[in-house]
Unconditional design. Structure first.
Length: 254
C-alpha cells in the first residue's frame, strides 16, 4: 500500500514538473522579459540603495531611496553625500523633473538628456527615471538558450519599435529559465557598437522575491570604469497612490 502511494506520488510529481517545463517553453520572448521586469518592479516598490562610482583615479558613493508605481511613475531621493542630499528626481508619465533644494529650483529634464550619465555614473537618466520600458518600447525575439555563470538562460534580442523614443538601437538580455532573473544585459548604439553591459550578482530573497542585490554597469572599452548598485532593502506592492508622485511631494519627501 505504501509502495503504491509512493508510486503515484512520483508519477504526479513527474507529470506536474513536465507540465511546468512545457508551459515555460510556450512563453514568448516578450512574456519572458515581462516576467523579469515585474519581478524587480512589482506593482509598486520602495527601495533603499547605494551606488558606487568607480574610476581609475577616484571613487564616490551615493546613497538613495526610490519609489516606483508601474511603468509611469518613479521617484529617487538622494540621502548622501551631503553636497547632493535632498535632490529628488521624478518621472510622472511623460514628464521628468529634478528638485534641487540648494537653489530651491524645480528643473524639467528634457528628452535630449536621457542618454546622459546620472550623477556622473554609468547609469543614464533614462535608467534611473525609467522613461523607456523594456517591455512596451521594444520588439522581442528569443535568440537562443545558453549558460551564463552556471545558470540556464534565455538570450533575448530587443529592437526598438519605430515609434519608441529610446536611446538604444539594440539590447540583449540574459534571463534565467527557472526564476526569470535578469543576470546580464548588453546595450548597443546605432552603429551596432557595444556601449555598456550590466551584470547581476549576489542573489538574495528580498520581500519574498529572489533578486540580484548587486548590479554592475561596465562601459565598453573604458578600462577601470564601472558603477556598482547595491540593493539594501526592497518592499513590493505597497500602498503608493499616483498622487504620491507630485512636485509638491518632491519638496517634502524624506
Amino acid at each position: 500500500m505504501k509502495f503504491k502511494a509512493l508510486f503515484f506520488t512520483l508519477i504526479f510529481s513527474i507529470f506536474f514538473r513536465y507540465q511546468s517545463v512545457i508551459a515555460q517553453e510556450q512563453l514568448t520572448a516578450m512574456q519572458i522579459v515581462q516576467k523579469a521586469d515585474e519581478k524587480v518592479r512589482g506593482k509598486t516598490n520602495h527601495t533603499v540603495m547605494e551606488m558606487e562610482i568607480i574610476r581609475p583615479t577616484w571613487k564616490r558613493n551615493i546613497s538613495m531611496k526610490g519609489w516606483g508605481r508601474g511603468l509611469d511613475f518613479s521617484m529617487t531621493f538622494i540621502t548622501a553625500p551631503a553636497k547632493e542630499k535632498g535632490q529628488v528626481f521624478m518621472k510622472r508619465k511623460t514628464e521628468m523633473w529634478n528638485w534641487m533644494p540648494s537653489i530651491s529650483r524645480m528643473i524639467k529634464i528634457p528628452a535630449s538628456m536621457m542618454s546622459q550619465g546620472w550623477m556622473g555614473s554609468d547609469y543614464t537618466n533614462d535608467d534611473i527615471l525609467k522613461e523607456s520600458s523594456m517591455v512596451v518600447d521594444y520588439d522581442h525575439r528569443l535568440d537562443k538558450e545558453e549558460s551564463v555563470e552556471g545558470f540556464d538562460c534565455y538570450k533575448i534580442e530587443m529592437l526598438p519599435k519605430a515609434e519608441a523614443a529610446v536611446i538604444w538601437a539594440k539590447v540583449y538580455k540574459w534571463i534565467t529559465k527557472d526564476e526569470f532573473i535578469q543576470i546580464k544585459s548588453q546595450y548597443y548604439d546605432e552603429d551596432n557598437e557595444l556601449v555598456k553591459s550590466d551584470f547581476g550578482y549576489d542573489f538574495k530573497i528580498m520581500d519574498g522575491r529572489l533578486i540580484p542585490s548587486r548590479i554592475e554597469i561596465v562601459p565598453a572599452d573604458e578600462e577601470g570604469k564601472k558603477t556598482v548598485l547595491y540593493i539594501k532593502e526592497v518592499q513590493f506592492d505597497i500602498d503608493l497612490p499616483e498622487s504620491y508622485f507630485s512636485q509638491q511631494n518632491m519638496k517634502r519627501i524624506r
